[in-house]
Design a protein around this ligand. Structure first.
Ligand SMILES: [Zn+2]
Length: 162
């Protein structure tokens, strides 16, 4: 998943849930939501910063420290890992164990005659990829999602009204 989706999707969720979003809160959330991919600057991408060995201690500290900015940062990291889980593999225990897992939903079938839904899925297994040392690049649909997020942001910050 690219940087624009990683920034826009948590931003949209935060803007939908927050009663009074501030600019500093938004900046910290977005920074947290793209932070894990800074591990592209290590030898392997989806490595140290995509591990629960980073997220779990941060999450625990955020429960005890009454700091909204720390919680937003951790929330951003958590959403990043959640999104990556559906678009590849996450090495949950990196560097102790490099093998990662992901989920690929192949299709959902709803049967009309029975109140039943069938979900076809595949568990992905893989390893961190060799880092290419860059974190730029996005798709056209990511740009569209980002533009929607920016419009919602301008509206929520009362810069734009509808
Ligand atoms: Zn990532």
């Amino acid at each position: 998943m690219d940087v624009l989706k990683h920034a826009s999707i948590p931003l949209l969720a935060f803007l939908a849930l927050s009663k009074n979003p501030s600019l500093i809160s938004i900046i910290i959330l977005v920074f947290g939501s793209i932070f894990p991919d800074f591990d592209v600057f290590f030898k392997e991408h989806r490595s140290y910063f995509h591990s629960l060995l980073l997220l779990a201690p941060l999450f625990t500290v955020s429960l005890y420290v009454q700091n909204i900015y720390l919680r937003l940062f951790v929330f951003g990291i958590g959403i990043h890992l959640f999104l990556d889980f559906f678009s590849g593999v996450i090495p949950f225990l990196y560097p102790l164990r490099k093998k990662g897992f992901g989920l690929k939903v192949l299709g959902v079938v709803a049967f009309e005659s029975l109140p039943r839904i069938s979900v076809k899925y595949e568990i992905l297994v893989g390893y961190p990829s060799k880092s290419r040392g860059s974190y730029v690049g996005f798709s056209n649909d990511s740009l569209a999602i980002t533009l929607i997020a920016l419009i919602v942001l301008l509206i929520r910050l009362n810069i734009l009204s509808i």
